[in-house]
Ligand binder design. Structure first.
Ligand SMILES: Nc1ncnc2c1ncn2[C@@H]1O[C@H](COP(=O)(O)OP(=O)(O)O)[C@@H](O)[C@H]1O
Ligand SMILES: O=C(OP(=O)(O)O)[C@H](O)COP(=O)(O)O
Length: 403
């Protein structure tokens, strides 16, 4: 992959450089609750601007349905990016329409603009090659060069990630270079025991990675929304918890294979439950009950791991040589459900092993809960992306950046 330094050496003064970033940051209304992903890509943008490029930044935010949806607007990210760069960042209110064309045309050398959410366009995520290609053509007409630096999205075969770099001379940004460098270490020279902690809410997306992790990890600890399909597979009631019913046979197969291969596969022994999902705006007390994980009431939802599980997981992390953690242990955005995530973060800090935390929300959780991000081995901006990289899969957004 060409680096941006090589791209700059080729001369980029006055050129329009499209930077595919991952600015998919957590929001409460229009307030960014963690700007880690913006800070992570800012040096790439600054370097290109300082070299005299006209920088066009683009990203997705959330999962809108292929049409504009104000709650997923990137406008707050433009403001924050400007503050971090210490310069004005203009904002186009569409992605390839009149606003984008005018904003790009108005850029002077060294200036930066951010386009509106790429996923407001159905072509971005389409499974149809022609539809994605047509959107990539429209994006390509805005720029002369492409820099891929949205590490969190490189596992997505989306127009701006996969199709657009085929249409423009391209390079990998500094964030992608750093992320790949660290993760490569995890695949090449892993210190054992290798413990993987998986949680979060993107259950259907991430269950599949366990297939491969069973060949690599010594211990797999499951928490968050990921737990309940396994608990259900073991025959337990999970009430109204997050459940991927169609994946129960897959979970059973994983449990059987873990036993056969001698991989320790650890599920929560207790959980915090409530009849209601907590109010994340007011953070009103949720008063959850603690129950054994085989005794979840039918009308309740599991929203965090319980105190016994916190202790159990801390003990399973204490002697780790390497830890990879993706996905919060509970709905950490509410203080009553943050203790599981806090306990795992603390256990990583207490271990002498090399610790990697991956994922937009996991990385945000660590910072929001008050931990020093520099105390971890590496905080990756990508959860699904790093998991798929560790699987050894070819990631569309990295393959597209090869020369
Ligand atoms: N038991 C649970 N039920 C519902 N949502 C959960 C549960 N545990 C964690 N979550 C949610 O998972 C989300 C993060 O999941 P995910 O996007 O997969 O992680 P990451 O962004 O780190 O890859 C958080 O918003 C958190 O509230
Ligand atoms: O937040 C992201 O992934 P992550 O939650 O796995 O870290 C990326 O921005 C990708 O988003 P997507 O999973 O909606 O494609």
């Amino acid at each position: 992959m060409k680096t941006i330094d090589e791209l700059i050496q080729g001369g980029i003064g006055g050129k329009r450089v499209f930077v595919r970033a991952d600015l998919n940051v957590p929001l409460e209304g229009t307030t960014i609750t963690d700007d880690g992903r913006i800070r992570a890509v800012a040096p790439t943008i600054a370097k290109l601007a300082e070299a005299g490029a006209k920088v066009i930044v683009a990203s997705h935010l959330g999962r809108p349905k292929g049409a504009p949806d104000p709650q997923f607007s990137l406008a707050p990210a433009a403001q924050r990016l400007g503050e971090i760069l210490g310069k004005n960042v203009s904002f186009a209110t569409d992605t390839v329409g009149d606003s984008a064309k005018a904003t790009v045309a108005a850029l002077a050398d060294g200036e930066v603009t951010l386009l509106e959410n790429l996923r407001f366009n159905a072509g971005e995520t389409s499974k149809d090659d022609a539809e994605r290609g047509a959107f990539a053509d429209a994006l390509a007409s805005l720029a002369d060069l492409y820099v891929g630096d949205g590490f969190g999205a490189v596992h997505r075969k989306h127009a701006s990630v996969f199709d657009l770099p085929a249409r423009l001379p391209h390079a990998a940004g500094d964030l992608i270079a750093t992320e790949v460098g660290v993760l490569k270490k995890l695949t090449d020279e892993v210190q054992r025991p290798y413990v993987v902690v998986l949680g979060g809410a993107k259950v259907s997306d991430k269950l599949g990675v366990i297939d491969n992790l069973l060949e690599k990890a010594d211990r797999i600890l499951i928490g968050g929304g990921m737990s309940y399909t396994f608990l259900k597979a073991k025959g337990h009631e999970v009430g109204i918890s997050l459940l991927q019913e169609d994946q129960i046979p897959v979970c059973l197969e994983y449990l059987a294979r873990a036993e056969k291969r001698g991989v320790e596969f650890v599920l929560p022994v207790d959980v915090l439950v409530s009849a209601d999902f907590p109010d994340l705006k007011t953070k009103a007390p949720a008063n959850p009950d603690t129950v054994a994980s085989d005794a979840i009431p039918a009308d309740k939802e599991g929203l965090d791991i319980g105190p016994k599980t916190r202790e159990l997981y801390a003990s399973k992390l204490a002697d780790a040589g390497t830890v990879f953690w993706n996905g919060p242990m509970g709905v950490f955005e509410h203080p009553d459900y943050a203790n599981g995530t806090k306990a795992v973060a603390q256990a990583l800090l207490d271990s002498d092993g090399f610790t990697v935390v991956g994922g937009g929300d996991s990385a945000a959780a660590v910072r929001i809960l008050g931990f020093d991000e520099n105390a971890f081995g590496h905080i990756s901006t990508g959860g699904g992306a790093s998991l798929e990289y560790l699987e050894g899969k070819t990631l569309p957004g990295l393959a597209a950046l090869e020369d």
